[in-house]
Every structure is written in C-alpha cells, then in structure tokens.
Design a protein around this ligand. Sequence first.
Ligand SMILES: Cc1cc2nc3c(=O)[nH]c(=O)nc-3n(C[C@H](O)[C@H](O)[C@H](O)COP(=O)(O)OP(=O)(O)OC[C@H]3O[C@@H](n4cnc5c(N)ncnc54)[C@H](O)[C@@H]3O)c2cc1C
Length: 321
Amino acid sequence: MSPFTYHSEVALTSALARLAVPGQMPIGGGTDLLVTIEEGLAAPDGVVDVRALGELTGVGDMPDGTLRVGGACRLADIADDETVRARYPLLASACEQVGTPAIRAMATLAGNLQQRPRCWYFRRGVSCLKSGGTTCPARDGENQYLAILEGGPCWIVHPSDPAVALVALEAEIDVDGPSGPRTIAAGDFFVLPTERLDRETVLRDGELIVAVRLPAVAAGGMQRYTKLMQREAWDFALVSLAATRRTDGEVRLVLGGVSPRPYRVYTSVEEETMSGGLDEETIIGLAERALLDAVPLAKNGYKVELAATLLRDAIREIAAE
Ligand SMILES: Cc1cc2nc3c(=O)[nH]c(=O)nc-3n(C[C@H](O)[C@H](O)[C@H](O)COP(=O)(O)OP(=O)(O)OC[C@H]3O[C@@H](n4cnc5c(N)ncnc54)[C@H](O)[C@@H]3O)c2cc1C
C-alpha cells in the first residue's frame, strides 16, 4: 500500500479547499477506498475524512418537500431511519441488502455510490481498459458477472444497490467542489464506459457528494427492492430490480447488475404497466420488451432470464394493484 496522509475535516469549506489540491481523495467508511489503495487502483497523496462535516450528516425534511440524506450517512443508519422506512422503503431495503452488517455499519451513502466496479480483471491488476490497457480481457474471458446491457468497450456492472433505488426514486444528488455546488439527477449521475473509462460517475476531481434528496412525489405507494445473489446473503447482486408505483400512479422499473449503470427500462414498458389489468401474455411481452437490447456475453446469458423473472413478478404485482 502506498503511503498517504490522513486529515479529518469539520468544516465543508476547508474540506473542499483540501480536496481541490491534486492527489487528495475523500474518504467515508474506507471499505472500498482502502481496498483499492491496497490493490494499487488508487494512489492518493492524502485522504480527507468527510464524516464529521455537518452538511454531510443527518436525515431531514427540506423546505421544498424533499427528504435530505447526508452523503456521509451510514447505510445501516439509513436502513434503520424511521422516516426513510416510512416514505422510501425502497432505499431502506436496498441499504439493508448491502454486504454484511459490518460493512453497512461503516459504509457511507456517498462512498457506496462512488465505489469502484468489481470486475475480477480490474480488481486483480490484470491490464484492462479501465486500468489504462488497450483491451478488455473479460469480453472473451470470465464474464459471468458482467453487463448484458449497455456494455462495451468495457462490460463492468455498477455494484451499488442504493444507486438502483435512487434512480427509481428519481433522487437528486447535491455535490460541491472547485466550480461550486451543483445538483445532478441520479439518473444522470452514472456514466457508461463509452463516455468515461476512468470512473463510473460524472463526479469531477475535487468534488464531494454532500447529500442526496428524495422527492416528495416518490414517497409512499408500492416500493420493492429485489436482489438475486449467488449466495443467499453478503453478496453483490447478480441482478436486482427496484420497482415503484407512486401514489400518482407513475411506475418506475430500474434494473441493477445488468449494465455499467442502473438501467431504467423503456418508459413505454413503465407506462403500459401503469395501465393495470394486464393478462399474463402481456406481462411476459412487457418483460421481453424491457430486455430487447440485451446482448449477453458468452457466460452471462442467464442474467437475461433472471432479469425477465424479476420484471414479470414486479409487473404482475403492480398491474394487480
Ligand atoms: C464484502 C463486501 C460486500 C459488499 N457487498 C455490497 C453489496 O452487496 N452491495 C453494495 O452496494 N455494495 C457492496 N459492497 C461495497 C460497499 O458497499 C462499499 O465498499 C461502501 O459502500 C463504500 O462506502 P465507504 O463509505 O466505505 O466508501 P469509501 O471506501 O470511504 O470510499 C469509496 C469511494 O467513494 C469516495 N467518496 C467517499 N465519500 C465521498 C463523498 N462524500 N463524496 C464523493 N466521493 C466520496 C472515495 O474517495 C472513494 O473513491 C461490499 C463491500 C464488501 C467489502
């Protein structure tokens, strides 16, 4: 592990000033950053602990009706938070299904969104597009856990469970940094390898995720996070689905584990699901249409069937309401 300095900041302005210096990285629970430093995937000169920044902590209502969750909130606390559980059970459930109790007790929401992908080649130091190489060894190699949608030239899947829930809830992400504060829709926050290979989100150097805001319109209704794993617990999703039917009737269906970013299905599928009263043939057809663009690699075709099963179950449940 390359040596680095550790700073803990209590004021947002001084944390941002420190992070504006090249070579500094924010650290939350350290459950991914320290591993990536050890693996040689990150080599910061210094890390800035952001967990004591007031702006990054707490869950509370905002004047605009959104529920604000600080970026440094721990996943275990979000999963247990009574307001989150009552209004946005999808997010509570996604946080509750992350890793192990020990991970959830350390991991922060912002760190979870910024965690690096789990592709075996990337993580084990094999030359690949993400590590600056010229080819993707996974394409014709061990690709059973990789993307079936939106892949190429690199086929990682985004590993975060909360990210899938946040896209379905149409959350907004407040960031701050050298160019000042900005707000990014969760649906625009994650990028494809065709846009950027060095990272998986639009966050720029020196920027910090300050908070996530959940819109009032997405509160309540039917909300479900379903995660399929190889092992029964403590694992990343093979495929997951965040499904919501809001109180205004709108439906959102977002898949995890299938694309380099949370994958929202065609709006036409969501709209038809909204109309309700669907027969079984239509439900099967809608799930198929949602996965029309799937291009599985040699070893991950099973993900298409897993995703179709999750979609059929969710569409059936929503349509029956
Ligand atoms: C055994 C194991 C199982 C796991 N299973 C799952 C799983 O099932 N589902 C899942 O979603 N995840 C899973 N994870 C990943 C885990 O959730 C992440 O490691 C964790 O959420 C990262 O949060 P952290 O606070 O520890 O981030 P850190 O490790 O501190 O940081 C991670 C990244 O985020 C950046 N960062 C931290 N805070 C901020 C901020 N405020 N603004 C901008 N950037 C920031 C850091 O610079 C770094 O790049 C698992 C991890 C392990 C080790």
